[in-house]
Design a protein around this ligand. Structure first.
Ligand code: PEP
Ligand code: MN
Length: 377
């Protein structure tokens, strides 16, 4: 059961206290207060945990400052959207806001290989005005004999170069809690020239211990990728592990699902789930067309399949896209076949801007009442 307060209450603390006091009258019920700070609104809720079927809602609904009470069936109560009217919350990191008002392109190397490639990639992003990058230092590979990433050794120069080129945020996958410590130490040693968003890869989507560790590191926002072989519901429950430990700055990323039915693409593109995730959760949604499609091939219109897939995500309301780029894909040590060339960046950005605008126009169209077709005599 969730008690939702009116947004932006001046006496929020007093209302929360009154709700908590009312909840404590019911034995066996635990009440936990939560606050969600958005760009425009601060939302507060009190979650009642335990067997709440015998707890009447009107006890809370009658309290001043309470907007409504919802009985939740979804188990992902923290990331869940329980009030359809609730506006976007989103989050901010190092001056970059992830919410439903813009589309961020998070672009860069799948795996960090050389300093020159990182420099060239950040420089191209900086020239194009992109401040969000991806750089893999720890790579989960199918074979133990494949390149596993440069690890902690590359962090000092990756962060230094990010700062040089004005990159405000680097998405970086971690496979183990030790990697978070290494990132933290390298950021501190270099004077925080950029910020890092911890990426949970699809292979770790149900690594519950790692998710709990990441959830406890509230200083880092999280890019959570759906599990490639589990249901969306299972991925949302897994994602809740991060939020349940206190970290609510989560960007939920769709990246395709594993099935041979997607061939010749690497995975079956699942971006029709963008509106589903937006309806069922309050998380901003990202799509990764590179790992979905897995190859750079283009259709007769000249548009790469990756860009077509990206468009499907953006036109459906994604607020971020994660895209592999490489200055020389032919020498990339990981996923070169799906990396776009840096020269592709400006027109990809132009495309994202156009498709993003088309989405916002569509949202306005559907927000208006539908025209009724009246019969003419
Ligand atoms: C990645 O983004 O580098 C990656 C490994 O993606 P995924 O976990 O979606 O396979
Ligand atoms: Mn990859």
């Amino acid at each position: 059961m969730i008690v939702i307060l009116e947004p932006d209450l001046a006496d929020r603390r007093a209302v929360v206290d009154a709700v908590m006091a009312a909840a404590h009258r019911f034995p066996g019920i635990e009440a936990r207060p939560y606050e969600f700070v958005g760009a425009e609104h601060t939302l507060a809720e009190v979650h009642l945990i335990g067997s709440t079927s015998h707890v009447p809602s009107d006890v809370f609904e009658g309290l001043p400052g309470v907007r409504k009470v919802v009985r939740v069936s979804a188990r992902y109560r923290l990331i869940g959207r329980h009030d359809a009217a609730q506006g976007p919350v989103g989050f901010e990191v190092n001056g970059v806001r992830f919410d439903e008002t813009s589309v961020h392109v998070i672009a860069g190397l799948c795996a960090v290989d050389t300093r020159a490639h990182v420099d060239a990639t950040f420089a191209a992003l900086g020239r194009a005005g992109v401040v969000t990058a991806r750089m893999g230092a720890y790579k989960p590979r199918t074979s133990p004999y494949d390149f596993q990433g440069l690890g902690a050794a590359c962090l000092p120069w990756v962060f230094e170069l990010a700062g040089t080129h004005g990159i405000r945020l680097v998405a970086m996958e971690v496979l183990d809690a030790r990697h978070i410590d290494e990132i933290q130490q390298a950021l501190e040693a270099s004077g925080h020239p950029t910020a890092v968003m911890l990426q949970v890869g699809t292979r770790n989507a149900q690594n519950f211990e790692l998710l709990k560790q990441i959830g406890r590191r509230r200083e880092f926002p999280v890019l959570f990728k759906r599990g490639m072989g589990i249901t969306l519901e299972e991925s949302l429950n897994a994602c809740e592990y991060v939020a349940s430990e206190g970290n609510s700055r989560i960007l939920f990323c769709l990246r395709g699902v594993k099935t041979h039915l997607g061939e010749p693409h690497r995975n079956l593109v699942d971006f029709a789930h963008v509106p589903v995730v937006r309806r069922q959760t309050r998380l901003p949604v990202c799509v990764d067309p590179s790992h979905s499609v897995g190859l750079r091939a283009a259709s007769p219109d000249g548009i790469p399949d990756i860009v077509h897939a990206l468009g499907q995500g953006v036109v459906a309301g994604a607020c971020a896209v994660l895209v592999d780029f490489h200055p020389r894909p032919e020498v990339a040590l990981c996923d070169g076949a799906q990396a776009l060339r840096l020269e592709e960046l400006p027109r990809l950005l132009a495309y994202v801007a156009r498709v993003g605008a088309a989405y916002r126009e569509a949202a306005r169209l559907f927000a208006a009442p539908a025209l009724s077709l009246s019969a003419t005599a």
